[in-house]
Design a protein around this ligand. Structure first.
Ligand SMILES: NC(=O)c1ccc[n+]([C@@H]2O[C@H](COP(=O)([O-])OP(=O)(O)OC[C@H]3O[C@@H](n4cnc5c(N)ncnc54)[C@H](OP(=O)(O)O)[C@@H]3O)[C@@H](O)[C@H]2O)c1
Length: 399
């Protein structure tokens, strides 16, 4: 540990990952100090977090929220300065006084701040998988050019990172495949013919993990796993044919690496995001995370199921879109993500049915022409155009 405390910006502090990050940080006041927080709609929680963690800055992305926060903090005698808008997210991500950035905004809205942190050479703790799915090879180029340290927070990618050799030069020659585990979500055993009747509340009721609404729906459609396959390709630089996914309902094995000698290394733990968060914050050391230990004596068994059965192919048609997108022109993964964000938001607003999420995603991939994006403005423009295309499809489906 360095002499001085590490200064951490938590982007998306009001979300599920953000709250868990603040929980871990609060357990180690000798190691970490909170430099900046950000929120979008949950302003009461953001206000409470400011009082508890006393950051230098807080970013609110909406003007009325920023104004409200400003007056409440002033009345409470807080020294925290309120900044407004998405440019301010970039500012607190790249600020010279910041050591680490937790990227926990949901969706492509977090891309620009991730790029800002990477350009500034920060330790970037990536929960916001959509940012990497959208930014793709460009994102990884910025990480290398900025000499940033990119560490995965997704439990699956953290598990893979923990299972791989430290020397990343070895990865392409020693890894046979990486195997992402998936709980199967709330509909693992549901009759696929009834998926059209699923409600948002049912889709958000994940059996093992407590998460934000968007990722919960993605876990129900298995688009979360599709995004993770794409994330793994960019993070670990392996050919998509060497990335596999398997259902593991207990969520104890967080993912595995199979090596060329067919030895398999896995990482295990209870399903609690504070584990991977603490690992990212402390790497290459380890710190207490607040999670409970696995109780092997209480474990009744660990089971695995292939996705490659007729029932699971019918239940989770979105999973294969990951490989389809990775085999297509660069930028296609950004299009898939844009379609999915639009479709999930429409489902949560009850404008389309659950099964139509996949229909929107597939039709966008098939119908939208992709030009290779070479810069952040190119990527943001592609994202916007693909969203408009998907919105039009949603309107066609609307009930
Ligand atoms: N939750 C998990 O267990 C988990 C596990 C692995 C990976 N992840 C990934 O981590 C990310 C966050 O997930 P989550 O479950 O924490 O989501 P969440 O609970 O919905 O939180 C999302 C955060 O992003 C903020 N936000 C939403 N829209 C925004 C916008 N347009 N601009 C700026 N900020 C915005 C939210 O602010 P308000 O709340 O104030 O509106 C909140 O702070 C996602 O990419 C997800 O895939 C999550």
């Amino acid at each position: 540990m360095t002499e001085s405390r590490q200064r951490v910006t938590v982007l998306g502090s009001t979300g599920s990952i953000g709250v868990n990050t603040l929980d871990v940080l609060a357990r180690h006041p000798d190691r970490f100090t909170v430099f900046a927080l950000s929120g979008h709609s949950r302003i009461d929680l953001l206000f409470t977090q400011c009082l508890a963690h006393q950051p230098e800055f807080v970013v609110a992305t909406e003007p009325h929220a920023a104004a409200q926060l400003q007056s409440r903090l002033a009345a409470a005698g807080s020294q925290t300065r309120v900044l407004l808008g998405h440019e301010a997210l970039d500012e607190v991500a790249a600020h010279p006084d910041v050591d680490m950035v937790m990227a926990a905004i949901v969706g492509a809205a977090g891309l620009s701040s991730c790029i800002a942190a990477a350009r500034a050479g920060k330790r970037l703790l990536l929960a916001n998988k959509e940012a990497l799915v959208v930014g793709g090879a460009f994102f990884m180029d910025v990480v290398r050019a900025g000499n940033a340290t990119l560490l995965p927070i997704d439990s699956e990618h953290s598990a893979i990172f923990q299972s791989l050799p430290t020397d990343r030069v070895l990865w392409p020659s020693v890894v046979d495949k990486i195997i992402l585990t998936a709980s199967g979500g709330p509909f693992r055993t549901r009759d696929p013919a009834t998926l059209s009747q699923v409600t948002p509340a049912q889709a958000c009721a994940h059996p093992n993990w407590s998460m934000g609404r968007k990722i919960s729906v993605d876990s129900a459609t298995m688009m979360n796993k599709a995004l993770e396959v794409i994330e793994a390709k960019f993070l670990f630089g392996l050919d998509p044919s060497r990335i596999d996914a398997i259902i593991h309902p207990q969520s104890v094995v967080h993912s595995m690496v199979q090596f060329v000698d067919h030895s398999v290394v896995a990482q295990l733990g209870v399903p609690d995001m504070r584990g991977p968060i603490a690992y990212g914050l402390s790497w290459p050391q380890r710190i207490a995370s607040g999670t409970t230990a696995l109780d092997f004596s209480a474990m009744t068994g660990l089971s695995f199921e292939t996705f490659d059965s007729p029932a699971h192919r019918a239940r989770f048609p979105g999973l294969r879109l990951a490989w389809d997108a990775l085999r297509s022109a660069p930028g296609t993964t950004a299009v898939l993500n844009a379609a999915n964000e639009i479709a999930v938001a429409a489902f949560l607003d009850t404008r389309i049915r659950f099964d139509q999420i996949h229909a929107v995603n597939q039709a966008t991939l098939e119908g939208f022409a992709v030009g290779a994006p070479g810069s952040l403005p190119d990527i943001l423009a592609l994202d916007e155009e693909a969203r408009a295309y998907a919105q039009q499809l949603v309107r066609g489906f609307a009930r």
